[in-house]
Ligand binder design. Structure first.
Ligand code: HOZ
Length: 425
């Protein structure tokens, strides 16, 4: 059933470190080989062995409309036929900028880049230049891409592989990175009491998606806003995952808290490599060539990627986010009943079309409580579900993604698979 994937993985390991171009997908944490995908359609993916799976990863978030959405596909083909890259301005990048800024009142100007990592790295440079300060606050288990300054107590692959940080990042680069536990306002206040005059920005995922899904406690984001205002630091929302997923107005619209800067990625490229950062005009105007903060990219504002993003946002503007959230809520409740019937302690954190199953009896509100979850039991579940044709994230520190393309049959088949799970067998 996985023979061809195994063969391709053997070949890949000869040429690509670990056989993959991004660590988590190697499936090491769940003691499995990666599935090589040849096709995706709606909620389903098909592997190189010709096996179809119900996909709850959806390329880690970009595909909220499902795989190969017809409107997105059409836009990509039409744009590609006109040329794949110009390294010069095109109308689509202006239109996408206009549409994103219209959805986010806190975003007056935006700069397109090619990945979420690039967006957060650039936002940090800008925050430092604007405030004239060097330090930043991030949260334990928060992941903001693989920019050097963020690789301290990071989530996602760093957490999955239990890496303390990473060689290659000089201590001097992370010594300006201050860490607080997620949802711990007093800890953030303490950092600012001691070094507030030196802190350029707080970087936070308004709902953390890289230590598994962890939601902000009521008042947490508002407190961060107030602290930044008090000390003249910038509040940066990393909405690479939550942007256009939590709602059409992103997590900032959902929670009603305005950041100074926002980073985006994933959904605004609909599966093409796109990132962006934006915010208040007076801050963004510091970027070259309007200002002096340098940041550039040949593929920034790429016409094919911009066309894909525009088509996706056009469809999302009229999509029923509330209905999808309600369906995911019902699905999570059903899963909770099944776990309870099996005597398995589980917490399912969910928000809109994302969820994470934590095998723990504790409420999961930060990285420490996320780490209390039984990773071996998650591996056991992952393997069973995969055997039943249900594709979950290959790490308990990631969020499952549901799309508008998921159908009743997908949910019922996933629940059926879960019912047949015999924990630890
Ligand atoms: N780090 C991303 C997930 N949060 C991407 C993982 C991958 O594509 O392998």
């Amino acid at each position: 059933m996985e023979k061809r994937s195994e063969e391709l993985f053997d070949l890949a390991r000869k040429y690509i470190p670990g056989g993959v171009n991004s660590p988590v997908r190697a499936c090491l944490a769940v003691d499995s080989v990666p599935l090589f995908i040849v096709r995706g359609s709606g909620s389903r993916i098909t592997t190189a062995d010709g096996v179809e799976y119900i996909d709850f990863v959806q390329s880690w978030g970009p595909l909220i409309l499902g795989h190969a959405h017809p409107g997105v596909l059409r836009a990509i083909v039409e744009a590609a036929e006109r040329g794949s890259s110009f390294g010069a301005p095109c109308e689509a990048e202006v239109r996408l900028a206009e549409v994103v800024c219209a959805a986010l009142p806190a975003m007056e100007m935006i700069r397109m880049v090619s990945s979420g990592t690039e967006a957060t790295m650039s936002a940090l440079r800008l925050a430092r230049a604007f405030t004239g300060r060097n330090r930043l606050v991030k949260f334990d288990g928060g992941y903001h891409g693989h920019g050097d300054a963020f690789l301290a107590r990071a989530g996602s692959g760093v957490a999955t592989l239990s890496l303390p940080g990473t060689p290659g990042v000089p201590p001097s680069v992370v010594e300006d990175t201050l860490i607080a536990p997620y949802n711990d306002t007093p800890a953030v206040e303490e950092l600012f009491r001691r070094q507030g005059e030196e802190i350029a920005a707080i970087f936070v995922e308004p709902a953390a998606g890289n230590m598994g899904l962890v939601l902000p406690e009521p008042g947490f984001l508002e407190a961060l806003r107030a602290i930044c205002d008090r000390y003249g630091a910038l509040l940066v929302f990393d909405e690479v995952i939550t942007g256009f997923r939590v709602s059409y107005n992103c997590a900032q619209g959902y929670y009603g808290v305005k950041p100074d800067l926002t980073t985006l990625g994933k959904i605004i490229g609909a599966g093409m490599p796109v990132g962006a950062y934006g915010g208040r005009r007076e801050i963004m105007a510091r970027i070259a060539p309007e200002g002096s903060v340098y940041q550039a990219g040949t593929l920034s504002g790429n016409p094919v990627a911009m066309a894909a993003g525009l088509a996706a946002l056009e469809a999302l503007r009229v999509s029923d986010y509330a209905a999808l959230a309600a369906r995911v809520e019902e699905f999570c409740r059903e899963m909770e009943k099944i776990f309870a019937a099996k005597g398995v302690e589980a917490r399912i954190n969910r928000l809109a079309s994302m969820f994470t199953i934590f095998f723990t009896g504790r409420k999961v509100l930060d990285f420490a409580s996320a780490q209390s979850a039984d990773a071996a039991l998650y591996t056991n579940l992952y393997k069973h579900m995969r055997g039943c044709g249900v594709y979950l994230a290959p790490s308990c520190f990631e969020a499952a993604m549901v799309s508008f393309a998921h159908k009743e049959e997908d949910f019922s088949r996933a629940l059926e698979a879960l019912r047949s799970w015999e924990p630890r067998k």
